[in-house]
Design a protein around this ligand. Structure first.
Ligand code: FES
Length: 165
């Protein structure tokens, strides 16, 4: 090998090493890291993240009560049956014997005990001191003197969901 050929080969090799170092250095400084898949639960506009079958906020201390429940979900499938009820957050949601939905604040206005749904007359009873509230949350029997807050419950037959707000 002649001197000229040797120098050409060395020059190419050195150039390749410099180029490689530059590329790796440049890629570190200017290329962003590959995107990492997000594990964040999609937001619903500041509402409570979905638990199974629930979207929105069902807790009054977190803001306005406004949520939707999926009656096909395991959590809420009870409400597919007339004459049933369940508590979701701060709200008791009931389905009357005729299939209408009711939703009122779960806490008795007397001293805060969670009320129970009485399907026979679509009322809500507090077993602590005996207050009774009608289907609209109004007091029927004391000692409570103020009504349970009533929410609007809108059933979507097609989606099998219930919106409470
Ligand atoms: S807490 Fe409900 S009647 Fe007293």
């Amino acid at each position: 090998m002649e001197r000229k050929e040797f120098l050409n080969l060395v020059g190419i090799s050195v150039g390749a090493v410099i180029l490689q170092n530059c590329m790796s250095g440049c890629s570190k400084s200017s290329d962003p890291s590959p995107a990492t898949p997000s594990t964040t639960t999609p937001s619903t506009g500041g509402a409570t993240p979905s638990t199974t079958g629930l979207t929105g906020n069902n807790v009054s201390s977190k803001g306005i009560i406004d949520f939707t429940i999926d009656l096909a979900s395991d959590t809420f499938k009870t409400l597919q049956t007339n004459g049933t009820a369940l508590v979701s957050g701060d709200v008791i949601v009931a389905r009357t014997k005729t299939g209408d939905f009711l939703a009122v604040a779960k806490a008795c206005t007397h001293e805060g005990t969670t009320v129970e749904f009485v399907a026979d007359n679509s009322s809500f009873k507090c077993n602590n001191h005996g207050s009774v509230f009608d289907a609209n949350g109004s007091v029927s029997v004391g000692p409570a003197t103020s009504a349970l807050k009533k929410y609007t419950a809108t059933f979507d037959k097609v989606k099998n969901t219930l919106k409470v707000a």
